[in-house]
Ligand binder design. Structure first.
Ligand code: PMP
Length: 406
């Protein structure tokens, strides 16, 4: 028997199975109502259109030989062009050279960790933050420090001092934020908070990683300018901006094609292209061709409009059920978009212990919030996703959870 532990690299110590993945194992039980996985509703997938476009992409020998071949690492030209125009329409004058197509935005998180973090460097994150980002970054052995309201009295110098404590030369390397309808809280950064993030990054002279996974899924309220558009306005151009914007088609079209993108200065994109080459050469050519044909000529706008209307009804059903049924000691967020409501339980009530009882006694699943806190706090929080269940099922599931809590 090989003794595996001694042969693992040091970074492997930081890799832990995600609680979300472990949890998915019980979701198959009959009768289980799941608010756990933050995944899109397959009812929205453009199945017939995708079938047609895949068939078209293989219809002629010429088309098929491109669709099934290796492709350039930067991404399929027409898709890069489309994404550049999409970003430009949002106030970020981008050219295709500012775009790298990635295998979902998750791959972009990994690549940026690889590009920016030397072990011991500090990543600034909100508390809580997206678990998948912590997992991607942690392989590069960073330290974490917290930004946000909890750290409101921190000065830029205090972040720099804290980072330098670790080792000679260790420093803050970036700020990571999910500004719109965040995973896991559903919350959106206000305009002043966006300006604060840019000010902090400016003072520390570090990039901001803007993860816009849910930004297109706004149900109410005014559109918020992206951090990148605000920074481009401050600095005059995308190539002068320190914001690295991560986009994805996963929540608006379908995650199965695995297509996201990075929009950033050409300097950053050309480095990321080298990492893409070394990692997996390119995103599947046929999937990029299919995605381009699904989103062009108004296709994307149509899918977004449908998704917004669909998820809004589910959000409304969850908030209505929470209002009607939850004991008054529980508090929760009221998201203007996205997939998630974040529930804070009374002090001393553990989200993980509640999950155990919820799954076994009430057949309801959710994600305990603690996994989203890099600092081990947040034990009395849970994440509820409304993206998948039908409205009546949402009402039933919240009812079961409320009875358990009472
Ligand atoms: N960022 C956030 C905040 C997410 O919630 C997700 C998906 N759970 C991702 C990135 C990754 O999505 P994808 O790789 O499918 O683009």
């Amino acid at each position: 028997m090989v003794s595996w532990k001694p042969v693992y690299a040091r970074r492997a110590d930081r890799m832990k199975a995600s609680e979300i993945r472990e949890l998915l194992k019980v979701l198959e039980r009959p009768g289980m109502i799941s608010f756990a996985g933050g995944i899109p509703d397959p009812a929205l997938f453009p199945v017939a259109a995708a079938a047609q476009v895949y068939a078209d992409a293989l219809a002629s020998p010429n088309a098929a030989s491109a669709a099934l071949q290796y492709a350039v690492s930067e991404g399929y030209g027409p898709l890069r062009q489309w994404i550049a125009e999409y970003m430009t329409a949002q106030g970020i004058a981008a050219s295709p050279d500012n775009i790298l197509v990635t295998a979902g935005s998750q791959q972009a998180l990994d690549f940026l960790g690889k590009l920016l973090l030397t072990p011991g460097d500090t990543a600034l994150v909100t508390v809580p933050t997206y678990l998948g980002a912590l997992q991607a970054f942690s392989a590069y052995e960073p330290r974490y420090d917290s930004i946000g309201p909890r750290a409101a009295n921190r000065t830029p110098a205090s972040y720099a001092d804290e980072a330098a404590k670790e080792a000679a030369g260790a420093r803050v390397k970036f700020v990571y934020v999910v500004p719109d309808f965040a995973n896991p809280t559903g919350e959106t950064l206000s305009r002043p908070a966006r300006a604060d993030v840019l000010d902090l990054a400016g003072e520390l002279d570090v990039p901001v990683l803007e993860d816009s996974a849910y930004s297109a899924l706004r149900f109410d309220g005014d559109e918020m300018p992206s951090l990148q558009s605000l920074d481009v306005r401050r600095r005059g151009s995308l190539d002068a901006s320190r914001v690295i914007h991560l986009g994805t088609f996963s929540k608006t079209v379908a995650p199965g094609l695995r297509i996201g993108w990075v929009c950033a200065s050409r300097a950053i994109i050309s480095r990321l292209v080298l990492i893409k080459q070394a990692s997996d050469l390119n995103v599947s050519a046929i999937n990029q061709i299919v995605m381009h044909r699904l989103v062009k000529d108004g296709g994307h706008a149509g899918l977004i409009a449908r998704a917004r209307a669909h998820y809004r009804l589910k959000r409304d059903a969850m908030l209505r059920a929470l209002e009607a049924q939850m004991p008054s000691e529980a508090r929760w967020t009221r998201p203007d978009g996205g997939f998630f409501v974040w529930l804070t339980l009374p002090d001393g009530v553990s989200g993980a212990a509640l999950l155990d009882r919820a799954v076994n006694q009430a057949q309801v699943a959710f994600v305990p919030g603690a996994a989203f806190f890099h600092d081990g706090s947040g034990t009395n929080t849970i994440r509820l996703s409304y993206s998948l269940p039908e409205e009546a099922v949402i009402e039933e599931g919240i009812g079961r959870l409320a009875s358990l809590l009472r």
